[in-house]
Design a protein around this ligand. Structure first.
Ligand SMILES: Cc1cc2nc3c(=O)[nH]c(=O)nc-3n(C[C@H](O)[C@H](O)[C@H](O)COP(=O)(O)OP(=O)(O)OC[C@H]3O[C@@H](n4cnc5c(N)ncnc54)[C@H](O)[C@@H]3O)c2cc1C
Ligand SMILES: NC(=O)c1ccc[n+]([C@@H]2O[C@H](COP(=O)([O-])OP(=O)(O)OC[C@H]3O[C@@H](n4cnc5c(N)ncnc54)[C@H](OP(=O)(O)O)[C@@H]3O)[C@@H](O)[C@H]2O)c1
Length: 443
C-alpha cells in the first residue's frame, strides 16, 4: 500500500521524523504553524510557540545533545559545550537544509483537527492564512512539542501585581528594580530567578519541596559526560552514587536556606543550574517556602511570612497538549501515557508520537532513534511486537524511575536506558549521513 504520512511540527523531533521517512523513500508532508524550522528554539520577544528566553542555554552538553546523523562536528565543531537557543536554532535549520527537508514542509500552517478514520487513513484539517484544507493521509506522526501550554498554579485570594507564566518570560529587563517572586524548582524557575536577580530590587524563589541542584560541570567536564561513564551501572546503584557525589560536591540544601531534598536522585526531574546557589549565597535570590495565599500585592507563605511583590513568575510547567484530537479520542494532559517506547499507541497502529518523553538528558537523540524505528516499520523493514497492548501497560506500571506523583512526571525516561531500548530495534548501521554527502557533492 502506498504510504502518505503527515508529520505535525518541525521542531527537533519533527525534522528527524521527516528526514527518516524520506530516507526510507516514504512520501511525507510536515506542517508547522511557524515560518521556520526549530520549534521551541526559535526565540521571539512576542508570544509564540517557543518558551525559551533571551539567555537560555541547554542543560545537556553538546555531545549528548546531537543527532547521530548530523553531529555538532558536522555543523560547527566550535559550538559551545552548552549551546545557546540561537546556536541550536541554527543547528536544527542546518540539519533541515543538509537533508533537503524544506520542500516537504508547509510552514505557517496550523493543524487544527486530526480524525482517525481507520488503521490506514487519517483525515487532517489544516489552516493557512484563514483557508481551511482537509486531506487524507495513511499515517500520522505527532511532534507538536510538550513545553508550550502553560500549567498555572491555583492559590486562594488574588494577586494584583503582574502575574505571568515562564512561557511568557522573555527577558529580565522589564523586571528592573522590581520585587519578583518566582514559583517552582524546575529548570525554568531556577534560570528565571537567576536572570531577574541580575536587575531586580529583590528576587525570591518559592519551592513546595526540596530540589537537588546539579552543577553543569564536574571535574572540569560537563556533568552529563561524567554521568555517562556510569551508564552501564543499574539505575538504583547509579542514583545512590549520584546522591553521594552531589552531597560532597554541592553540599546539603539546608546550607543554602533551601528546603531539604527528600527524594532520591531521579525521583524528581533534575534541575541543572550553576548560578542559583551562588546567587543565593550572594543575597541576590531569597529562598521561600510554598505559597499559602495571595492578598492584593501581598503573598502569604506557609510559614506565615508576608511580603509584597510587584511581579510573580509562575514557572510551574506545561500540559501535554494535543488540541487537534477530540478529547474523547485522546487526552494525555493529566496522564497516564500508555505508549510503548513513548511512541506506539495500543490501538491505533497508524499513529506515532516522536519526542514526547522527558529524559534525564536531551530529547532529540532519542527522538532520532524513535523516528528511525517508525520509518522502518512504515517501510516494511521492521515489525512491532505482537503484545503491544501489554507493553504499553507495562511502560506505565514499570517506569525507569519511580517518581513522585506530580503532573510533570508522566513521561520520564532515563536517557541511556531509553536509548538502549530503542537501539535494540535498529540495525548496527542505522546512522545515515548520505544526503549530506550527496548534497555537498551537488553543490
Ligand atoms: C526553556 C526551555 C529549555 C529547554 N531545554 C532543553 C534542553 O536543554 N534539552 C532538551 O532536550 N530539551 C529542552 N527543552 C525541552 C524542549 O521541549 C525540547 O528541547 C525540544 O524543543 C522538543 O522538540 P519537539 O520538536 O518535540 O518540540 P518543539 O520544539 O516544541 O516543536 C514543536 C513544533 O510543532 C509545531 N506545532 C505545534 N502544534 C502545531 C499544530 N497544531 N500545527 C502545526 N504545527 C504545530 C510548533 O510550531 C513547533 O515548531 C527545553 C524547553 C524549554 C521550555
Ligand atoms: N536551560 C534549560 O535548558 C531549561 C530551562 C527551562 C526549562 N527546561 C526544560 O523545560 C522543561 C519544562 O521545565 P519547567 O521548569 O518549565 O517545568 P517543570 O519541569 O514541569 O517544573 C515545574 C516546577 O513547578 C512546580 N510546580 C508545579 N505546580 C506547582 C504548584 N501548583 N505550586 C507550586 N509549585 C508547582 C513543580 O513542582 P513538583 O516538583 O512538585 O512537580 C516544579 O518544581 C523541562 O524539560 C526542563 O528541563 C530547560
Amino acid at each position: 500500500m502506498h504510504k502518505r504520512v503527515a508529520v505535525i511540527g518541525t521542531g527537533p523531533s519533527g525534522i528527524t521524523a521527516l528526514k527518516n521517512l524520506l530516507d526510507q523513500g516514504i512520501e511525507a508532508v510536515a506542517f508547522d504553524r511557524n515560518a521556520e524550522v526549530g520549534g521551541n528554539w526559535i526565540y521571539s520577544e512576542k508570544e509564540s510557540h517557543s518558551s525559551v528566553f533571551e539567555t537560555t542555554h541547554i542543560i545537556s552538553s553538546k555531545t549528548l545533545s546531537q543527532y547521530e546523523d548530523f553531529t555538532f562536528d558536522d555543523f560547527d565543531p566550535e559550538a559551545a559545550d552548552y549551546p545557546s537557543h540561537d546556536e541550536l536554532r541554527r543547528y536544527f535549520q542546518a540539519y533541515a537544509g543538509h537533508f533537503g527537508l524544506y520542500e516537504h514542509i508547509r510552514f505557517e500552517t496550523m493543524v487544527i483537527h486530526c480524525r482517525w478514520l481507520n488503521q490506514d487513513s487519517w483525515e487532517i484539517t489544516t489552516e493557512k492564512a484563514g483557508i481551511l484544507q482537509t486531506e487524507t493521509f495513511t499515517d500520522l506522526v505527532v511532534c507538536n512539542g510538550h513545553h508550550w501550554n502553560p500549567r498555572w498554579p491555583k492559590y486562594p485570594g488574588e494577586f494584583t501585581g503582574e502575574y505571568l507564566h515562564s512561557h511568557s518570560f522573555k527577558k529580565a529587563a522589564p523586571f528592573q528594580d522590581k520585587k519578583v517572586l518566582v514559583i517552582g524548582g524546575g529548570n525554568s524557575a531556577c534560570d528565571v530567578a537567576v536572570e531577574t536577580s541580575r536587575v531586580s530590587e529583590m528576587t525570591a524563589i518559592s519551592w513546595r519541596r526540596g530540589y537537588r541542584i546539579i552543577p553543569k560541570f564536574f571535574f572540569g567536564k560537563p556533568s552529563d559526560k561524567i554521568g555517562e561513564t556510569s551508564s552501564w551501572i543499574p539505575l538504583k546503584v547509579r542514583s545512590f552514587f549520584f546522591d553521594i557525589l552531589l552531597n560532597i560536591m554541592v553540599g546539603k540544601n539546608e546550607l543554602y536556606g533551601l528546603r531539604k531534598v527528600e527524594a532520591k536522585f531521579g525521583e524528581i526531574h533534575p534541575t541543572i543550574n550553576d548560578e542559583l546557589l551562588y546567587k543565593i549565597r550572594h543575597g541576590k535570590v531569597k529562598p521561600r517556602l510554598d505559597i499559602q495565599r495571595f492578598d492584593g500585592k501581598k503573598v502569604v507563605f506557609e510559614n506565615g511570612l508576608e511580603e509584597e511583590y510587584d511581579a510573580i513568575i509562575a514557572c510551574t510547567g506545561y500540559y501535554l497538549s494535543h488540541p487537534f484530537f477530540d478529547k474523547d479520542f485522546l487526552d494525555y494532559s493529566s496522564g497516564p501515557v500508555p505508549l510503548y517506547l513513548k511512541m506506539f499507541h495500543p490501538e491505533y497502529r497508524n499513529l506515532y508520537f516522536v519526542g514526547m518523553f522527558q529524559p534525564l538528558g536531551c530529547i532529540w537523540p532519542g527522538a532520532e532513534l524513535q523516528a528511525k524505528i517508525m520509518a522502518r516499520e512504515l517501510a516494511g523493514k521492521w515489525k512491532r511486537p505482537d503484545n503491544i497492548k501489554a507493553l504499553c501497560e507495562k511502560e506505565v506500571t514499570h517506569p525507569h524511575y519511580k517518581q513522585i506523583n506530580t503532573p510533570r512526571h508522566t513521561i520520564t525516561v532515563d536517557f541511556h536506558v531509553f536509548k538502549k531500548q530503542l537501539l535494540k530495534y535498529l540495525p548496527n548501521d542505522f546512522v545515515s549521513k548520505d544526503r549530506i554527502v550527496r548534497e555537498v557533492v551537488e553543490k
